[in-house]
Ligand binder design. Structure first.
Ligand code: CTP
Length: 395
């Protein structure tokens, strides 16, 4: 199933139609989603936590002030692939449009990068009120899916637009939206970033100029497209993108150890890390005196990508190379094949270009040797382009 195992949050607003969300929860589970429920305090007047716990199979947090050490809103917002709120009351629409966060659910919404789907249900007068309509427009302009309510009989005597939509329509519109906004939903993406450091003695190491910016951009964009992302970071002084699992390593051998475990679980590997080609044969326990520096002997590090070839079972592999001389495209073609990669991104880093910068330019080359030039691009834009190409190969 396309959505198998993906976690979503179902927020419940304080409206009489809250009971209909019990059925919605079941149908979301039918398409493979793992649903956690976060009701607002007002909604508990209509449906209690026991119903949500029994149906979802998860504990149901109701307040920011329970288990504060757990920082529930950040934990939940990180693991969610999407947030649905049904019913969304007029009050919730107003709060979300204004970025207010005064309870657990609104805090989760403000802290997440996951797609947001709102299912308003209220009396027709409230739905058609200018204030509500303006709030809906603001939310839609921000990329939020606001599903149109149905027309029909309300609680009490009135008839009009404002009814909770049929669960079938909610499922259809939600799954279509998630397929567009989260093309990598259900995919495991592995990214290496930064530059490895090979220790010489307790004070010195062999290192390189890679900062990890391109790898972090790929991790961030992949996560925003719904992927489960693991980032193996070598000596990067950058904040972890929200929702990304980060494993810090220092040397090439540590990176290889983690890669060997993670690669088998992955759909695509983006090997942006600059791996040191050499290590010191014997790491000194004491600082080497400068008079003895010429005693340092180097030995080659394994080529991590080449060694992964024997583990390859359909994973898409994207290599990266930084060159300073020669025919960059020819060298890119050679490396792509030698390393068993499906694609390689090669860039010209002569005269200090690219490293540490937010811009990049280079060529994307595939294993058949086809090359495509990328002129000065933001590293996020390159991440989008490479993820798009990886997705085509993943099918
Ligand atoms: N790479 C690797 N293991 C190494 C060196 C590089 O897996 N020991 C990976 C890098 O992460 C990158 C790709 O191979 O994705 C190309 O890196 P590059 O340093 O250009 O390759 P080298 O084979 O080291 O080439 P060169 O001789 O130009 O240094």
């Amino acid at each position: 199933m396309k959505f198998s195992g993906r976690e979503v949050i179902l927020g419940i607003g304080g409206g009489i139609s809250a009971y209909k969300s019990a059925d919605l929860l079941r149908r979301l589970q039918d398409v493979g989603l793992d649903v956690s429920v976060v009701p607002t305090k007002a909604s508990l007047n209509f449906v209690g936590t026991a119903t949500w716990e029994a149906l979802s199979g998860h504990p149901v947090p109701t307040s920011l002030w329970n288990n504060v050490h757990d920082v529930a809103h950040i934990k939940l917002s990180k693991k969610a692939s999407a947030i649905l709120i049904a019913p969304t009351t007029a009050d919730l629409l107003a709060k979300l449009a204004n970025g207010l966060a005064d309870d657990l659910l609104t805090n989760i919404v403000l802290a997440t990068t996951a797609p947001l789907i709102l299912i308003p249900a209220m009396h027709p007068e409230m739905w058609s009120h200018k204030a509500t309509q303006e709030n809906v427009e603001r939310l839609r302009n921000r990329g939020v899916l606001v599903i149109e309510p149905d027309e029909g009989r309300m609680t009490g005597e009135d008839i009009g637009v404002g009814r909770y939509p049929t669960v079938e329509r909610i499922i259809k519109e939600t799954t279509t939206f998630l397929e567009i906004t989260s093309p990598l939903l259900g995919k495991q993406i592995l990214v290496t970033a930064g530059g490895t450091r090979e220790p010489i003695d307790p004070v010195r190491y062999i290192g390189n100029r890679s900062t990890g910016k391109q790898g972090f951009a790929i991790a961030k964009v992949a996560r925003s497209q719904g992927a489960e992302v693991t980032l193996i970071a070598a000596n990067c002084d950058l904040p972890t993108p929200l929702g990304v699992r980060r494993i810090n390593v220092e040397s090439a051998s540590q990176m290889q150890e983690v890669l060997n475990i993670e690669f088998t679980k992955t759909d695509a590997l983006f090997m942006t890390a600059a791996v040191a080609d050499a290590k010191v044969e014997k790491i000194a326990n004491e600082k080497i005196k400068k008079s003895d520096l010429e005693t340092i002997k180097l030995s080659p590090n394994p080529d991590l990508l080449v060694d992964l070839k024997s583990f390859k079972k359909g994973q898409v592999v994207i290599a990266f190379a930084a060159e300073t001389s020669g025919d960059i495209v020819v060298e890119g073609r050679r490396k792509c094949v030698a390393k068993g990669a499906d694609l390689i991104y090669v860039n010209d880093v002569s005269n200090g270009a690219i490293f540490g910068s937010d811009q990049t330019s280079g060529w994307v080359i595939d294993s058949d040797g086809n090359s495509e030039k990328f002129d000065l691009n933001n590293k996020d834009t390159l991440a989008f382009e490479l993820l798009k190409r990886a997705q085509v190969k993943l099918g």
